[in-house]
Design a protein around this ligand. Structure first.
Ligand code: NAP
Length: 351
């Protein structure tokens, strides 16, 4: 039988922290032994999440984040905390020989100047950037297996990169003029209180925000550029849906040469043939957020607009599972030589 691997979770009270705790309940190898929150320390998980009653995590104590204690008890620590905060905790844990999966943006951008420009934060641990591996399993599984520091991808970037990658890598589409038009549920903004996230602001409403300046733009451009082998600048625009979780991205591209939908569908299907969580939907079927809710799946649908020579790629993911915590668990599986789908069967559907 596989030995238990002890894990810690910094930021258990946030949306991604709680999603990770949900997934860890069913994991046969990873055990959550340290869960932290500065504001809820001293309580048990069941005190703040009564639905955990009767699960193995109910009595897990919540403690203050303390690198010494985390390092003493854990082989791996997940950081589900805001950007700017994660970088210093990661450095303290790595110095104590603990492997780290960071759900924030702190180690996702390889160019520190671009990080500082878009996030308006000084990177205090930029010496760690060269060792950070971008944790998108479909693209970087080999590097993830040997990494001590994983930069878990952002939610919007996961939906955009998986949709664009096959078309860019195969030189199917023009590298300029790409438009990524994304819509997310309200958990994408995190659990902290803010007026734009209030029920009455979000419910029965739909609005655009951060047009042309969303912080996930350089992350999408970074990986799109790798796929294309040439620097890419694209337009990335975001909208807030009146739902709790899920992202739908509609990606407008232009074909370089005329091609049939069937040939393009074939190319995408081959690209993701051995990837358990990317489902290239049958021709004529377009993704829906409900079909991926609470799962690791990224559904991809394709459409051709012959009048404008556009290939329109539509993707749907769950921002908390595939776009954050499920992806973090998949990375943990790969890092520790486990089957990448362990604890994520059927993508870990919500009950
Ligand atoms: N929400 C999403 O869909 C999503 C998707 C992908 C990635 N992410 C990224 O994942 C990270 C967590 O996101 P979230 O949505 O779960 O955020 P959240 O709901 O706001 O939760 C943040 C968590 O971090 C803790 N925390 C805050 N400041 C801290 C500090 N200085 N030191 C230690 N702990 C601190 C909070 O607890 P205390 O304040 O009690 O300590 C809380 O548990 C962020 O970097 C976010 O950008 C989020």
């Amino acid at each position: 039988m596989q030995k238990t691997i002890n894990t810690g979770l910094v930021g258990v009270t946030g949306y991604t922290g709680m999603e990770l705790a949900r997934l860890l309940i069913g994991h046969p190898v990873f055990k959550l032994v340290q869960a932290t929150s500065r504001t809820e320390a001293g309580k048990s998980l069941v005190d703040i999440y009564p639905h955990l009653q009767g699960t193995p995590l109910a009595d897990t104590p919540i403690s203050q984040p303390d690198p010494d204690r985390l390092a003493k008890e854990c082989n791996l620590v997940f950081l589900a905390v805001p950007h700017g905060t994660a970088m210093n905790i990661a450095a303290e844990l790595l110095a104590r020989k603990v492997r780290v999966i960071d759900l924030s943006a702190d180690f996702r951008l390889r160019d520190v100047g671009i990080y500082e420009q878009w996030y308006n934060v000084t990177h205090t641990q930029s010496q760690l950037l060269p060792q950070a591996v971008y944790g998108l399993p479909e693209l970087y599984a080999e590097d993830i297996a040997h990494a001590d520091l994983i930069a878990n991808p952002g939610c919007y970037p996961t939906s955009a990169i998986l949709g664009l990658y096959p078309a860019l890598e195969h030189g199917l589409i023009e590298t300029d003029g790409i438009v990524v038009d994304s819509k997310s549920g309200a958990t994408g903004a995190g659990r902290k209180a803010s007026v734009p996230s209030l029920f009455c602001e979000v419910n029965e409403n739909f609005r655009a925000y951060n047009l042309g300046k969303h912080r996930h733009t350089p992350e999408i451009e970074q990986e799109a550029s790798v796929a294309a082998g040439t620097p890419i600048i694209l337009s990335f625009n975001t909208h807030l849906l009146p739902i709790d979780r899920g992202i739908l991205s509609t990606i407008y591209t232009r074909l370089i040469q005329p091609a049939t939908l069937s040939a393009i569908h074939d190319l995408f299907s081959r690209f993701y043939a051995d990837k358990p969580w990317v489902r290239v939907l049958p021709q004529g079927t377009l993704p829906q957020i409900k079909w991926v809710r609470g799962t690791m799946f990224c559904d991809i649908g394709l459409a051709l607009d012959p009048r404008t020579h556009r290939l329109i790629i539509v993707t749907a993911i769950d921002n908390l599972c595939r776009g954050a915590s499920g992806q973090a668990l998949a990375n943990a599986n790969i890092m520790f030589g486990l089957d990448q789908t362990m604890g994520l069967a059927m993508g870990a559907l919500l009950p």
